[in-house]
Design a protein around this ligand. Structure first.
Ligand SMILES: [Zn+2]
Length: 288
């Protein structure tokens, strides 16, 4: 019952508020209430963006009551798209830790299979080496893996983050099929927005934990580890994952412009696309 996401103006908001303040919450455990509370805030954050109230801090307690008075809070299922270095990884990790989200990353699933040394893993590696990431065979492999993962996640009722999927517009029909099959509701596209120069700067200063199970992301400028080159969380060494040369970077940016932006445009015809600056900061400040 997420009426609120369709709310556009402050006036709509106020009338909805009048109707809904009489709603009472179902009897729920303290933990469940706490979690619903956070989901509410995520939804509010999105509503505020849609209504272009760029400053979330101006939310009145009344607006907050509105959402917390709904007895059926459904967290958004998120398609996370954006430039390299826009903070997708950090956002996904924060949402997992604080709001029980589960992230599905095609890249991670490929790496995992590859590491396992299975026949499928070997095939994936060869397709990647031959630059055939957008081939039909690769799509088929990715789709099967995605479906397998959703079969595990969905019954656990955890909301899902699709990390950079759909990658190509050819993935969209399959995505639509999955949304129907698994009855995913309230699916939104979130794009953490940053400029090209900011993206380059962040990539240069980004280091990640080398432990596959941890993969904590650090940034020498904005989020340095406590001890140089050692992960705060698990103590593993930190590495600079890719060599971000200017050529590599230009390739990434042109992929974003030619492929990712087209995907966003097509998805935007059926769901809401939120371009949000500094999303990770907003989440940390207002939600967690
Ligand atoms: Zn670590």
């Amino acid at each position: 019952m997420l009426i609120s996401l369709k709310t556009r103006s402050l006036k709509d908001y106020e009338s909805l508020h009048l109707i809904l303040t009489n709603y009472s919450l179902l009897p729920l455990s303290y933990d469940k209430k706490k979690q619903l509370d956070k989901w509410c805030k995520v939804n509010l954050l999105l509503i505020s963006w849609k209504a272009q109230w760029a400053d979330y801090a101006h939310f009145t307690p009344a607006c907050y009551d509105l959402v917390s008075s709904l007895n059926n809070h459904s967290p958004p299922n998120i398609i996370l798209l954006g430039k390299s270095g826009s903070g997708k990884g950090t956002i996904a990790r924060d949402l997992e830790r604080n709001l029980n989200y589960c992230t599905i990353s095609i890249g991670d699933m490929h790496r995992e299979e590859n590491k396992r040394g299975s026949n499928l893993g070997i095939r994936i590696r060869s397709l990647l080496l031959n630059n055939r990431i957008d081939s039909k065979e690769m799509s088929k492999i990715s789709h099967t893996m995605l479906r397998r993962k959703l079969k595990i996640i969905v019954p656990s009722e955890r909301p899902v983050i699709f990390d950079h999927f759909p990658t190509f517009s050819s993935n969209i029909p399959y995505m639509e099929k999955l949304i129907k099959e698994f009855r995913l509701t309230n699916v939104v596209v979130i794009v953490p927005d940053i400029s090209d120069s900011e993206s380059l700067k962040r990539l240069h200063s980004r280091i990640v934990c080398s432990s596959y199970n941890c993969r904590e992301i650090y940034n020498l400028l904005t989020k340095p580890p406590k001890n140089e080159n050692i992960c705060d969380t698990c103590g593993s060494p930190l590495v600079n994952r890719i060599d971000y040369t200017q050529v590599n970077f230009n390739k990434k940016i042109s992929f974003y412009r030619n492929v990712t932006e087209k995907v966003m445009h097509l998805l935007g015809q059926q769901m809401t696309v939120y371009h949000i600056q500094n999303l990770h900061l907003l989440l940390q400040r207002y939600v967690f």
